[in-house]
Ligand binder design. Sequence first.
Ligand code: GLA
Length: 498
Amino acid sequence: MKAQNSAPKVRAAEDGLALTPPMGWYPWNEFGQDPQNEKLIKEIADALIRSGMKDAGYVYVGPDEGRCFSRGADGKLTPNLAGYPSGLRGLGDYVHQRGLKYALYTDAGTHTCSNAMPGTKDHEFEDMAAFARWRADYVKIDWCNTKGQDPAQSYSKLGKAQLAAGRPIVFSLCSWGEGEPWKWAASVGHLWRTTGDICAPGKADWSAAMRNTAANEKLSAAAGPGHWNDPDMLITGMDGLSETQNRSFFSLWCMMAAPLMAGNDLRKMTASTIEILTNREAIAINQDPLGIQGHIVRREGQAEIWAGKPLFDGSQAVLIFNSGAAPAQAHVTWSDIGSGESAPLYVRNLWTHQTTGPLRGGITATVPPTDVVLLRISKSNAFPVPPIIVADSYWLSFRAPGPQPQKLTGAITVKTTGSDELPLWKVRPGLPSWLTVSVTKHGKSQTLASTVSTAGLAKGRYHAVVRADNIEPISQRPMSALYYDVDLEVGGNGEARN
Ligand code: GLA
């Protein structure tokens, strides 16, 4: 008899994408629609690198609802060259050359929210093919102008259209919780909004952030590697939040294994905002390979005690959040994290970066109003940080002008800023015959050298996406797959494409 398998299929099990919550930047929270254009996105991409955010793991970047394209009479999407003079492919190339990944936006309905751009309704397959041609790595699909549509059906069709387009892509569903995507979307995409918008563009809204936190907290069971609850983009560093609120907000998003898509203006950040957004010890909680979403285990007055987040090395994350207006005292007991009271445990404070212990029984903390104490508790005092992958480029482009056979080589370098070295990246077999990739390792850095050989190739353009896989050495869990593009032009003139 055939075994019955009723477990839902997880899309990420095949594409290996977003096995930890996606990190990056999206423009909407700070800018809204009209300031978005190519110049802004390029300046933000540069700021991601300059500020150290790229090294901390923020990688996806691109326009949200930013007047990017229109639909021509032939039904095809055309980039808006006034706002994006390099074209949408050109902007993607800029992003990829810098070791970042390219994010784009569209809508499941007839139009995007302000009606400024066409939605994908009845154009799902051709639009997702256009996104693939533009080399998007991440697509957020909104839910405006969807009268009469069913979220599960519409988003499933879009997911199929992405697979048909043949480019690995992180799929971010944005129905604001409509249709309860946490019940079905793991097989369709990689993350789904659980709530309405966290703010109106330009101004952080603490009470909306608390509303989103409360709704998202209840859904912890639905999250896991490759399928995440998304309580919306970050408001850290925006006008309207105090320093303690910035720190608390970021800690809550880390504890909830929420996507970390920054939403502030990265070109002008205070030192405090940079410190919060790039706190590797907090990010380690968010990017933990087990991918467990923490939740509230207890309340003591205005203090919430968040736990239920075991980490890859056997340690546990704990957050004490004081949601009130007066200082609060809270006691975390070892039973809150499933340990015996007599166990000697080390406690690492992830904001002061100090370790105490070994302690028995528990720990008491006094927390200022709207502030947090974010802890990692462990039998050992090692506190390793899981791998954060940083690449110098995700794009190699070769040109062989003449007909004589040629071999050309280029390389991308990938390092981890986590505690451990990684085993060698394993390149997926099945590359086209003109391409070979070899991997070498130098401590925490690895080079993926790509050699193209033009022998026997006709004049024309060739393209391949290389996939490499790895395993996180402490937990032995699979890491998000690494993908990069290789282009080869034989006998052409190297003209740009859009
Ligand atoms: C919706 C989404 C936002 C943003 C805007 C764009 O409100 O939830 O994140 O994309 O649309 O109009």
